[in-house]
Design a binder for this molecule. Structure first.
Ligand SMILES: [Zn+2]
Ligand SMILES: [Zn+2]
Length: 402
């Protein structure tokens, strides 16, 4: 579980420029741009572009499944073969060794948003959390508090760490160039499968540290800046469901089938094939507790708006039986329970910016116990959206016999 320290009142100390990191970072970007200018997309053969796409996704999975979920959070156990493949894919992403990456990521979770101790704190601005931190050599004062024994005991982690530069150059540049050579396009494969893919993988991972701490929903926790953002999830193999930060030991980055998370699906497949086991999940009661806590926060502000308009004074009290009778009369009702307010969203389905399906998903099902159906989906709704609820409220849920 992430631990949030209160942001330090004093500004972060100036760190010296990290020349080796910065120069390599800028050099690869410049080389990629020059490469693309010299070999534009339309002049590159399809096999090379397909190779680049596959290598991009493979490197991303090396980070999300291997570096992040397997090693940083021990969210599952993997067979030696699986670990080895993930270590090679991760090395191809050019983001440091498993050991290097994991220790810093554990710091990020331990001191999320702390401007001094979180290596890529979102509280220091979008640019800093995205890539600004790459240019300054930090001291990692709290690193001694981070668990590292499991990494030091893992022979594949140690082997990858010792041979990291060779493995990164081989998997990140030599391999794509060789594969392109097989169909007569070594130069194109070096540019697109080597340079461009390295830049793409970097920025996809960095988006998790920056944009996924900046814009999106907070269905599980608002104790730190992590957010759940579908668009970021699309380009980060699922990591954009980042508000699941609250449950880092879970092998999923979203518990729902509808959460876009290919990394989770691959781990499930590996588990099915016997290549991974011990998949860890957050306890159901903890998940429900987090959702209800966040939903209650919403409920309070929704109730405030309804109260401020004096709406609650003239709303009838509806029991579950009343609700069932409403369903009998009108089966296509879309009733939402928000706190103890009964909302009829049927006339709003076509207008809902998030789409009708989402509302239907959280609606009370006919003849099923009306439990808390409305969870975190409305967290980031504007005040105006909540005011809109005022017009849709048809009653307050009352207890039978009262
Ligand atoms: Zn984060
Ligand atoms: Zn994490």
């Amino acid at each position: 579980m992430s631990t949030t320290s209160p942001p330090d009142a004093s500004p972060p100390r100036k760190s010296p420029i990290w020349w080796s990191n910065g120069v390599l970072f800028v050099f690869i970007h410049v080389a990629a741009v020059m490469g693309v200018v010299g070999r534009p997309l339309q002049e590159t053969c399809r096999a090379t572009l397909l190779l680049a796409f596959i290598l991009w996704q493979a490197a991303c999975f090396g980070i999300t499944i291997g570096y992040h979920r397997l090693h940083s959070h021990n969210a599952f156990r993997a067979s030696t073969t699986t670990k080895l493949v993930l270590a090679l894919l991760g090395a191809s992403a050019f983001q440091g060794s498993i050991r290097w990456w994991t220790l810093r990521h554990r710091l990020h979770h331990r001191y999320t948003d702390d401007p001094v101790y979180d290596p890529y704190a979102a509280t220091r601005g979008l640019l800093w959390s995205h890539m600004g931190w790459i240019f300054f050599k930090p001291t990692y004062e709290k690193m001694s508090l981070v668990e590292k024994d499991d990494l030091d005991r893992d022979s594949i982690v140690c082997w990858q760490h010792r041979n990291y530069i060779l493995l990164a150059l081989t998997t990140g540049f030599a391999l794509p160039t060789f594969m392109g050579w097989l169909w007569g396009d070594a130069a194109g494969a070096f540019i697109w499968g080597g340079l461009v893919v390295r830049v793409a993988v970097w920025h996809c991972t960095f988006c998790v540290n920056s944009l996924a701490h900046w814009d999106g929903l907070q269905p599980y926790s608002d104790e730190n800046t992590s957010r759940t953002n579908f668009i970021i999830a699309l380009i980060t193999c699922g990591e954009g469901n980042h508000n699941f930060h609250t449950f880092p030991h879970d092998f999923r980055s979203g518990p729902s089938l509808l959460d876009w998370d290919p990394s989770k699906w691959i781990i499930l497949l590996l588990n099915y094939c016997g290549l991974a086991n011990g998949l860890r999940r957050v306890r159901k009661e903890d998940l429900a507790d987090a959702l209800v806590h966040m939903a209650n926060r919403e409920e309070r502000s929704t109730a405030k708006i309804l109260n401020s308009e004096g709406v609650e004074n003239h709303l009838p009290t509806l029991t579950l039986n009343d609700i069932y009778q409403l369903f009998d009369a009108e089966p296509r009702l879309c009733l939402l329970l928000i706190g103890d307010y009964v909302i009829d969203a049927k006339t709003y389905l076509g207008e809902h910016p998030g789409g009708a399906a989402v509302l239907r998903r959280y609606a009370v099902r006919k003849r099923r116990e009306a439990t808390w159906a409305f969870m975190g989906g409305l967290n980031n709704h504007t005040r105006m959206a909540r005011v809109r609820l005022r017009d849709l409220a048809i009653g307050r849920l009352g207890i039978e016999g009262k």
